[in-house]
Design a protein around this ligand. Structure first.
Ligand SMILES: N[C@@H](CCC(=O)N[C@@H](CS)C(=O)NCC(=O)O)C(=O)O
Length: 348
């Protein structure tokens, strides 16, 4: 970046088309960790860190896969604060709002104040303009490896030799060769209609754009409900990344997307099979530790000022059935035993 030229920093809420549609930009860091050392990023224990937000479904899918593969002691993690804030508050021309660290949640590796500073540190030329989590960071070379979660979840298997063998899917490839076609077919509709669909619904700034998006979210729910009433998992009778990718949106749906993103339906009331599927995954060893529904709710309701200018947090719908406060009332419902084993016994 030459002097006088300013980086145009953007956030998700700036990525709008003229007709009010949310259009997500592509991730910019797309390198790969490899166990065989064939890239600049060899798989090593204690070398990498994942920066994440508890709110972010994309970041949390990397945490879920890390837990399922038993990599908690191999790759460390650093969380940001839930509420986004201006990253250059002293510059009136720079209105960027982003993820912050704090004394309670410090960046213990790079000592940055916010995620934007981390990106600017590794990229002083100003090529990056959107500062997202997750970030997979190489501590040895001080480089960002990847900020694309769909690729990070696939490269985590490269660390399998260091995995805790007692983890539910230690050494397992969640994108196995023989199921790639089925998984790709599921991801192809789950990403646009569901994972990104809820954002397209919530960020829409015209009635037409909202109607179109929310209709697709509902269609995706109906489609998943049908599949999960006929088979145990989305890509067949084996658990795969397609289930994790679906889960991270499902788990936030009733508490956050139904109200804050105006998706209006509730999984726990209208999609019993999707609900049991989400409970099954949430209850897999390690996964509960990758979901902080309180932090997530705080982020969405208090960071998107254009959607919720007074930062009013809607009361939890699960409060209606419980004497417990939030988030205990939420966990009470979601940690109740699921019926997936009974309905679809795993073939031995
Ligand atoms: N393609 C990215 C998307 C990540 C993403 O959009 N993360 C959001 C949080 S949910 C973010 O960090 N947004 C920052 C911003 O909008 O400025 C991935 O899947 O890794």
């Amino acid at each position: 970046m030459t002097e006088g030229q300013k980086r145009k920093a953007v956030t998700a809420m700036d990525e709008m088309s003229k007709d009010g549609k949310f259009q997500r930009t592509e991730s910019q860091y797309r390198a790969w960790v490899k166990a065989d050392g064939s890239t600049d990023f060899p798989a090593e224990k204690d070398r990498y860190v994942i920066y994440y937000s508890w709110a972010c479904p994309w970041a949390c899918r990397t945490l879920a896969v890390r837990a399922l593969l038993g990599l908690q002691d191999v790759i460390e993690t650093i969380a940001v604060e839930p509420i986004m804030a201006r990253t250059k508050p002293d510059d009136p021309e720079d209105q960027h709002i982003g993820w912050w660290f704090s004394d309670k949640r410090p960046d213990t590796i790079n000592g940055c104040k916010h995620i934007r500073e981390l990106y600017e540190k590794v990229d002083p030329q100003g090529k990056t303009t959107k500062f997202t989590v997750p970030v997979l960071f190489d501590k040895k070379q001080n480089k960002i490896v990847s900020n694309e979660s769909s690729e990070i979840i696939r490269m985590l298997k490269e660390f399998n030799e260091f995995a805790d063998k007692s983890a539910p899917f230690a050494g397992v490839d969640l994108y196995p060769e023989d199921l790639k076609k089925e998984i790709d077919a599921v991801n192809e509709w789950v990403y646009p209609m569901y994972n990104n669909g809820v954002y397209r619904s919530g960020f829409a700034t015209s009635q037409e754009a909202y109607n179109e998006a929310v209709k697709e979210v509902w269609e995706a729910l109906d489609r998943a409900e049908k599949i999960l009433s006929e088979q145990r998992y989305l890509a067949g009778d084996r658990f795969t990344e397609a289930d994790v990718r679906f889960f991270v949106t499902s788990v936030r749906f009733d508490e956050i997307y139904a109200s804050h993103f105006k998706c209006t339906r509730r999984i726990s009331e209208s999609c019993p099979h999707v609900f049991e599927h989400l409970k099954e995954i949430l209850q897999m060893p390690g996964v509960r530790d990758t979901v902080d529904i309180d932090d997530a709710r705080t982020h969405y309701t208090c960071s998107h000022k254009k959607i919720n200018p007074f930062s009013i947090i809607p009361i939890s719908p699960f409060q209606a059935f419980s004497d417990k406060d939030f988030p205990e009332c939420w966990y009470e419902v979601h940690m109740k035993p699921h019926n997936r084993d009974e309905k679809f016994p795993v073939k031995k």
